[in-house]
Design a protein around this ligand. Structure first.
Ligand code: GRF
Length: 215
């Protein structure tokens, strides 16, 4: 399967996914990284790892739909079958979602449906939850609302700040995202409405549900 990653910033999730391809843990090809910010840290990581990258400037398009149409054109030209949003700070338009139905994944640093949108860790710490985490989901037309593939639960201590919580959760993100991509590439992910089933996976224990197998 041909996979692309879209990122806007630091790119640590991109790197975790890229390394899983490079190490041969995920069978398939990581075709490209696309960034919407010229100075995204993800670019430097792509350079180091030898992954092709591309900067497409949203400001050179009259609308988000036009920008997304261009991205779709590029991704289709590259014959990409799975798109992974990894710290991609733009909301994808209908144009994009319709072009890859059920074939776009995103990672969000909370236990969805709690704390969608911006500043998830700040939301969690401010609310006072005792368990937070991260979610990999299929992207639909809402913001962080798509069917859930995998979640990890991470304890929140009274001393935690958004930054310390982010650090703890990020370590898990780097495991659950490559795992979700691998399940997808291996054809084990079945989406029926809101329900996603990873065939043959273990749904019986915490902190990661379904349980990690390869990461
Ligand atoms: C991650 O916490 C991810 O869950 C969120 O944005 C952050 C991106 O981090 N969507 P990185 O760019 O992958 O390091």
């Amino acid at each position: 399967m041909r996979v692309a990653v879209l990122a806007s910033g630091r790119g640590s999730n991109f790197e975790a996914i890229a390394k899983a391809f490079i190490d041969g843990k995920i069978k398939g090809e990581l075709v490209a990284l696309i960034v919407n910010r010229r100075n995204a840290g993800a670019v430097e990581r792509a350079e180091k790892l030898g992954i092709n990258w591309l900067f497409v400037d949203p400001y050179s398009f009259p609308s988000r739909e036009d920008y997304d149409r261009r991205l779709v054109e590029i991704l289709k030209y590259l014959k990409v079958e799975l798109v992974c949003l990894a710290g991609y700070k733009l909301i994808v338009s209908e144009v994009f979602v319709d072009a890859f139905p059920g074939r776009i994944l995103n990672i969000h640093p909370s236990l969805l449906p709690s704390f969608p949108g911006l500043r998830a860790h700040w939301q969690a710490v401010t609310y006072g939850v005792k368990i937070s985490g991260a979610t990999v989901h299929v992207v639909d037309k809402g913001v962080d609302t798509g069917p859930i593939v995998v979640q990890v639960a991470v304890p929140v201590s009274p001393e935690d700040t958004p930054d310390t919580l982010s650090e703890k959760v990020l370590k898990w993100e780097h495991r659950i995202y490559p795992q979700a991509v691998k399940w997808f590439v291996d054809g084990r992910v079945k989406v029926e409405g809101r329900k996603v089933v990873v065939e043959g996976a273990d749904y019986g224990r915490l902190p990661v549900v379904p349980a990690l197998e390869d990461f």
